[in-house]
Design a protein around this ligand. Structure first.
Ligand code: ADP
Ligand code: ADP
Ligand code: MG
Length: 644
């Protein structure tokens, strides 16, 4: 076994590898970029080497710097994780040339599977069924169009060098072929520097079913299948193992085909053979086609670990260290069912826009496996994919596992950033998914309902207000009495909508909240607040962002009073206090000519100073407050002369 290995990756997969390696007594060296100097994977490792700037090209994609780090720290092997250099055969060659072991397949095996057309040709030779289509070298337009006609529309044009769903175009009929061809080619040229394409039959109700394989360079075993049909724009969202509706016959046929595919290239280590299945015909032993092979550990490998009891990273280390395959095919079996959901910092209503931010809270259900590369307090930076964690559950049956997934998602606490949790929760509760009726079009068909933003209930809004105004805990000897005479107010924003809240503090254990026409009581019972008759959820407030941990995390923002001062409605002549506070400074004088944006007064509220600015050019008619005055929200501070 290795004494020391280096992990050429970051985030959850680096942490995942370190965990197993250390449990086997192997010393782990991490590498890190500027942005990751204090990252979890660096902290977990036994040693860490800084390899460059935050952009992947300046660090995690720098094979030379990584190999040098391995040499300097005495590492004998390099684990590539997934992404980055994991499928780069030149890196594998460089690792070997440096006298180190690449913990993964050979450069030849990676090259053989690197281009989709060559891989398909190889698979035909090995007797593995492929999607009917054309994958020849001749790239003449007219020839490709004729081949498409032969295959029969609809067809899919794919970049031979493609990955991540790029360079792929669906063409419905002959009229659209030329345009589809040109756009697939141009995307492929930009993304991969290779404009070659293949044309294949478009499977209309496709299921993505892949087989986990493991080889020692000669012999290959399979660890059954995963269903990854729940995809959004060709990206996997929730994966499961085994595949719903799988029959023993089809499993045996797919497993045998995957083993043939891997043995054909002398595969060593963990790999995945991806198949597409025509769901409209149900699952049958002759209804699956080879799509591609991923020559690395896959993001969704934990569902396979959950149903087989195998630690795939342990197997990777043992086989790379020269041991034979740890198990024979007949030793492997399936126990129960597993799901994985990919939790991201994403703004779902804004089209799944990657989000950034500081994670103020991070808590997972205790009976779920959470593979994560971040901790509470960590920053989701814009340099890498915004994955927060993979949430993995296992149960005796698919129904039990799915219930556990729903519960795990419900009880997951992520504070400080928007997430796709509500979307994952809606998906986990989807009726068709529950029945196992999955295909790659499911998410797109139901995207509207899956991404509906729930309106927060009044008790959630009131709770957010309590956190924002620091009214959850009594302060000082007098409790809340300081505020008793005041009607305080605050504006919170939830998903673009503003909520004006008012509160009357009736004592340390009782507050009356007014939300529009509705009134709701907050009453303290022991350590809990009961709001509108229901026990309040946990809540976190950091820098004006309030997260209420209910409904997958409801995020409120405290509306910046400055923003409001500028757009103040009502009497355009008045400058009003946006919130209760103490007047700290009065800059305006009667008769003074002011310009839009001039500072007229400063209010101290919520432990911050807020400048109140003139919303327009004008002349000060009246100054209605003095320094030291305590004012309520909406109090008039300065009046400008009416405009002519
Ligand atoms: P899977 O089929 O396991 O989801 P993908 O092919 O989508 O695998 O990629 C695996 C992971 O690697 C993804 O999280 C993706 O963001 C990341 N990744 C893929 N290519 C690169 C790359 N060139 N550089 C950095 N990360 C990458
Ligand atoms: P990539 O290298 O970008 O991952 P793949 O060939 O693995 O490309 O295809 C990605 C996804 O596109 C699949 O998971 C599937 O959802 C869809 N897809 C691929 N080929 C077909 C096909 N022939 N018919 C229908 N859908 C397909
Ligand atoms: Mg793929």
């Amino acid at each position: 076994m290795f004494d020391t290995i280096l992990i050429a990756n970051r985030g959850e997969i680096a942490c995942r590898v370190i965990e197993t390696a250390q449990s086997m007594g192997v010393r782990c060296v991490a590498v890190y970029s500027d942005a990751d100097a204090a990252a979890k994977h660096v902290q977990m490792a036994d040693a860490a080497v800084h390899i460059g700037g935050s952009a992947p090209a300046e660090s995690y994609l720098r094979g030379d710097a990584i190999i040098q780090a391995a040499r300097e720290t005495g590492a004998q092997g390099i684990h590539p994780g997934y992404g980055f250099l994991s499928e780069n055969p030149d890196f594998v060659d460089a690792v070997a040339a440096a006298g180190l072991t690449f913990i993964g397949p050979s450069a030849e095996a990676i090259r053989a599977m690197g281009l989709k057309d060559a891989a398909k040709a190889l698979m035909v030779e090995a007797g593995v069924p492929v999607v009917p289509g054309y994958h020849g070298a001749d790239q003449d337009d007219a020839l490709l169009a004729k081949e498409a006609e032969k295959i029969g529309y609809p067809v899919l044009i794919k970049a031979v060098a493609g990955g991540g769903g790029k360079g792929m175009r669906l063409v419905e009929d002959a009229n659209g072929f030329q345009a589809g061809l040109e756009s697939a080619r141009s995307e492929a040229r930009t993304a991969f520097g290779n404009a070659d394409v293949l044309v294949e039959k478009f499977i209309t109700q496709p299921r993505h079913i892949e087989v986990q394989v493991f080889g020692d360079g000669t012999k290959v075993v399979h660890l059954f299948e995963r269903d990854c049909s729940l995809q959004r724009r060709h990206q996997k969202v929730i994966e499961e193992a085994p595949a719903p509706g799988m029959t023993p016959q089809m499993r045996a046929a797919m497993g045998a085909a995957a083993v043939r595919a891997a043995e054909a290239i002398g595969y060593a280590g963990a790999g995945t053979v991806e198949f597409i299945v025509d769901g409209s015909r149900g699952l049958s032993s002759d209804g699956f086609f080879f799509m591609e092979m991923n020559t690395r550990l896959q993001v969704e490998h934990p569902v396979t670990e959950a149903i087989t009891g195998v630690d795939l990273v342990e197997w990777q280390l043992r086989v790379a260290a020269g041991e034979p395959l740890p198990a024979a095919q007949e030793d492997l079996s399936i126990t129960g069912h597993a799901f994985e959901a990919r939790l991201y910092a994403e703004d779902v209503p804004k089209g799944f826009l990657p989000a950034t931010g500081t994670l103020t809270d991070l808590r997972f259900a205790p009976d779920a496996r959470a593979d994560s590369g971040v901790r509470a307090g960590d920053v989701i930076s814009p340099f890498y994919d915004p994955m927060i964690a993979k949430v993995i559950v296992h149960g005796a049956t698919r129904d039990v596992a799915l219930s556990k997934l729903r519960r795990a998602l419900r009880t997951c606490h992520v504070g400080g950033t928007v997430t796709n949790l509500a979307f994952l929760g809606a998906l986990a509760a989807h009726e068709g998914f529950r029945r196992g009726e999955v295909d790659t079009g499911l998410i797109a068909r139901d995207i509207e309902t899956l991404t509906e933003v729930p309106a927060p209930a009044p008790r959630h809004v009131a709770l957010a207000g309590m956190a924002a105004l620091d009214l959850l805990e009594p302060r000082g000897e007098t409790g809340f009495t300081l505020w008793e005479p005041l009607l305080r107010s605050i504006t919170l924003r939830f998903g673009g909508e503003e909520h004006l809240l008012k509160v009357r503090v009736l004592g340390p254990d009782h507050q009356k909240w007014i939300l529009g026409d509705a009134e709701i009581d907050a009453v303290r019972r022991g350590a809990d607040w009961i709001i509108g008759g229901q026990r309040a959820a946990t809540v976190a407030a950091v820098q004006g962002v309030i997260t209420v941990f209910d409904h997958y995390g409801l995020i409120f923002e405290v509306v910046d009073p400055l923003e409001r001062a500028a757009g103040m409605a009502g009497d355009g002549n008045l400058v009003e206090a946006p919130m209760p506070g103490a007047v700290r400074l009065v800059a305006a004088e009667v008769g003074q000519v002011v310009a839009q944006g001039d500072r007229l007064a400063v209010l101290e509220a919520m432990k911050m100073e807020h400048a109140l600015l003139a919303a327009r050019d004008g002349v000060v008619a009246e100054v209605l407050v003095a320094v030291g005055d305590q004012v309520e929200a909406g109090a008039a501070l300065v009046r400008l002369e009416a405009e002519a």
